[in-house]
Design a protein around this ligand. Structure first.
Ligand code: XMP
Length: 329
């Protein structure tokens, strides 16, 4: 049998033989396991000739930017530039309600920012970057087409249209895909050897378009983003406290642009409805809704209404995939 240490050493050798001493390599970090492990491996091989970028698109979860930047910098010592592009993304998303249109707008904006990052680097080092690191996995390679007519964009299509397809034409970047022969659990194993913190390796998947697909309708309306962040944080923290985070494939809150009547104190309220979604799954293609204990649900619902201004009703999504999808948009 082969050991992951050997796989790592071989990969490092391949990267070292591929990247010339004066070549620069760029990588977009999403905050997910795959891009983080890929970047950490490449960094181990070529050091600070690697240049990573993390984009805050204004659609991230509560404290996400701070949390992932801390892991990148403090735990992994990755050379990473954090670009705050929230206003840019949100202004482009104003008035956009169609889910696929949201994805298009976000994808296009991401390319602009990545493009600018690559050009700035070129200015700084006096040479175009030669390579791009991608966290492509083996399953992405063997099965990269979304089912026809699904109207959905598969994660690999998203990755490739963010990174490969949408690259500045004059850059002519070659790909480094150090994980392309590995399955997810092997990437986690490799991440462990590279000292990526365990909780980071076990994080639930998060969609590229972020909270844009978890706020139904216009994401820039009122304080929808702020509300969904707070509700999500309470929900996820409660799940962690209950010790069930690792039994769930994905859990999150969704903001519904719907108001209902409630009573808080002796005041009648007319406030927003949120919904909670938690599923188990093997690969995200099919999923079952997760069965919480009643006491857990009772507590989390109370916590949300007591702590999140503007919410007076919490609902639970009890639909599997199919017929639903995991996300609401
Ligand atoms: P659905 O909602 O299609 O989601 O059942 C299946 C898995 O894919 C994630 N997802 C996305 N990931 N870009 C991504 O990178 C997207 O546009 C996107 N849409 C859905 C979803 O979170 C789930 O894990």
């Amino acid at each position: 049998g082969w050991k992951m240490e050997d796989v790592m050493d071989e990969e490092i050798e391949v990267i070292n033989n591929t990247v010339a001493p004066d070549d620069n390599v760029i990588c977009a970090l999403s905050g997910g396991v795959d891009s983080t492990v890929a970047a950490t491996l490449v960094h181990k091989a070529i050091g600070d000739r690697l240049h990573c970028v993390f984009v805050d698109n204004g659609l991230l979860r509560y404290k996400e930017r701070e949390r992932v930047m801390e892991t990148f910098e403090r735990d992994l010592h990755l050379p990473v530039t954090c670009v705050d592009a929230s206003e840019q993304f949100l202004s482009k998303l104003k008035g956009v309600v169609d889910p696929e249109m949201k994805r298009k707008v976000i994808g296009k904006e991401f390319i602009c920012i990545f493009d600018a990052f690559a050009h700035e680097l070129e200015q700084k080092v006096g040479k175009k970057p030669a390579f791009l690191v991608q966290g492509t996995l083996y399953p992405d390679v063997i099965e990269s087409c979304p089912p026809p007519g699904s109207g959905r964009t598969h994660s690999h299509t998203i990755k490739s249209h963010h990174n490969v397809g949408g690259l500045p034409k004059d850059m002519k970047l070659k790909l480094i895909e150090p994980l392309k022969l590995l399955f997810k659990d092997e990437v986690r194993q490799l991440g462990r050897i590279l000292k990526v913190p365990e909780p980071f390796l076990k994080r639930h998947p998060f969609p590229g378009p972020g909270l844009a697909v978890r706020v139904l309708g216009d994401v820039t309306e009122g304080n929808a983003l702020d509300i969904v962040r707070q509700v999500d944080e309470i929900f996820i923290q409660s799940i962690k406290d209950a010790g069930i985070y690792d039994s769930i494939w994905q859990a999150f809150a969704v903001f519904l642009p719907v108001k209902s009547v409630g009573v808080q104190g002796d005041q009648r309220t007319h406030s927003y409805v949120v919904t909670l979604r938690a599923v188990t799954s093997q690969d995200g293609m099919t999923a079952d809704w997760y069965c919480f204990e009643n006491s857990f649900l009772k507590e989390v619902s109370q916590k949300i209404c007591n702590n999140v201004r503007g919410v007076n009703r919490v609902t639970l999504d009890i639909t599997s995939k199919p017929p639903s999808t995991i996300e609401w948009e």
